[in-house]
Design a protein around this ligand. Sequence first.
Ligand SMILES: Nc1ncnc2c1ncn2[C@@H]1O[C@H](COP(=O)(O)OP(=O)(O)O)[C@@H](O)[C@H]1O
Ligand SMILES: O=P(O)(O)OC[C@H](O)CO
Length: 496
Amino acid sequence: METYVLALDQGTTSSRAIIFNKKGEIVHISQKEFAQYFPKPGWVEHNANEIWGSILSVIATSLSESGIKPEQIAGIGITNQRETTVVWDKNTGQPVYNAIVWQSRQTVDICEELKAKGLNDTFREKTGLLIDAYFSGTKVKWILDHVEGAREKAERGELLFGTIDTWLIWKLSGGKAHVTDYSNASRTLMFNIHELKWDDELLEILTVPKSMLPEVRPSSEIYAHTVPYHFFGQEVPISGAAGDQQAALFGQACFEEGMAKNTYGTGCFMLMNTGEKAVASNHGLLTTIAWGLNGKVEYALEGSIFVAGSAIQWLRDGLRMLKNAADSEQYAERVESTDGVYVVPAFVGLGTPYWDSDVRGAIFGLTRGTQKEHFVRATLESLAYQTKDVLTAMEADSGISLKTLRVDGGAVKNNFLMQFQSDLLGVPVERPVVNETTALGAAYLAGLAVGYWKDQSEIATQWNIDRTFEPSMNEEKRNKLYEGWQKAVKAAMAFK
Ligand SMILES: Nc1ncnc2c1ncn2[C@@H]1O[C@H](COP(=O)(O)OP(=O)(O)O)[C@@H](O)[C@H]1O
Ligand SMILES: O=P(O)(O)OC[C@H](O)CO
């Protein structure tokens, strides 16, 4: 009987189930979108039960459409939008509030209070993060402070907290396992990434009872089995879990120190493997756990860009300049340059390296001759410029000069963008055959735990290039273009 590994990729806008074979090839994909809730400006929420429903639905579709039987699934790997926070009642299994999404800004005031108390260094040293509404810790506090009766229940030990991986494993196992993996724990603002434990001092500052927190485990091991009624009568091992960006680093086989990937989706997330060293950043990067595997944890430096592919969606849906995102490539190619136009897509502020929540989007360099083509090109180029900002910070912090950049995510289909990225960074950009590297990473982690794949060297041999983009721009031009971008960002930040 041929066997497979199933990856469940629970993302910000959709859930996907992807079945992989032994060669790491995609056998089947099914995908389901779910509702986004925006109760107030800047707030983003999901219904955790709807997320669970979407997962059950994609599992059912993938098995029925592929014809693969549940007993042919050797293991399940979970990967997820990170930081998004669910709090539920352990007796009823019902969430006490919507899931508060990573993008949501409803805890900005809590963050300001913590910063005003001078706690930034305490959080940074212990968690590798900075105080920002992005991370889970202040979201848990917000739920306990705002939902009637929640704090009392939490103190009586009746409520559980989890990021989406934890919620899904708890549901799939019929409430048996309340666990998370190191990579997800490292995004909560409550986990000490050096001592590898929930940090009592931070929990006290955030007023979060420890009894709510899941057990933190390696990213590749059997956490639990599916309860038969959720998996067509089968008890399948749930054997891998990692946050989506760390899973993509794994799926890109960036196993050696200094190897990096950049994912171009809604936002852009660049991660560099720093091996067993947790490298502290002086340039606005995050220090994060890449994964726990083979009895140890490995770390990564991360640059987070909040608006990337969503800027192309804005051209399409907001400005109605494009019929679909892919058309941006043809428009950009029709002109030689942007003629000095720069788009700074700071729609929700800027992440790495600026961490400025108040700056908003801006356009510079318009003339009477500016056409749609220049505009579209400048928007695409902004993804590459933001990536250059992140890479510059990363090279400064790690002392490592990048030799090549591995890329994935929806926008890497755009050949213009990839070529411009390579030109701007001055390094080759490598696009793999399997673009679903997030799911692939989760599948690999799950497969390793059940002996489906032998080890990381076997996995590394499965990574194949679809196309390499070589840099062809001279240094003078590259520097001049980048200087223009830096001026544009500075000017946007001055306008507040
Ligand atoms: N050919 C393209 N050129 C530029 N951007 C694209 C292209 N195709 C898709 N995108 C962008 O990529 C994003 C979707 O990528 P995906 O990896 O599915 O994102 P996510 O996982 O964050 O939902 C969208 O924001 C879309 O605008
Ligand atoms: O769901 P994605 O792919 O937009 O990823 C979200 C990130 O994990 C947020 O940190």
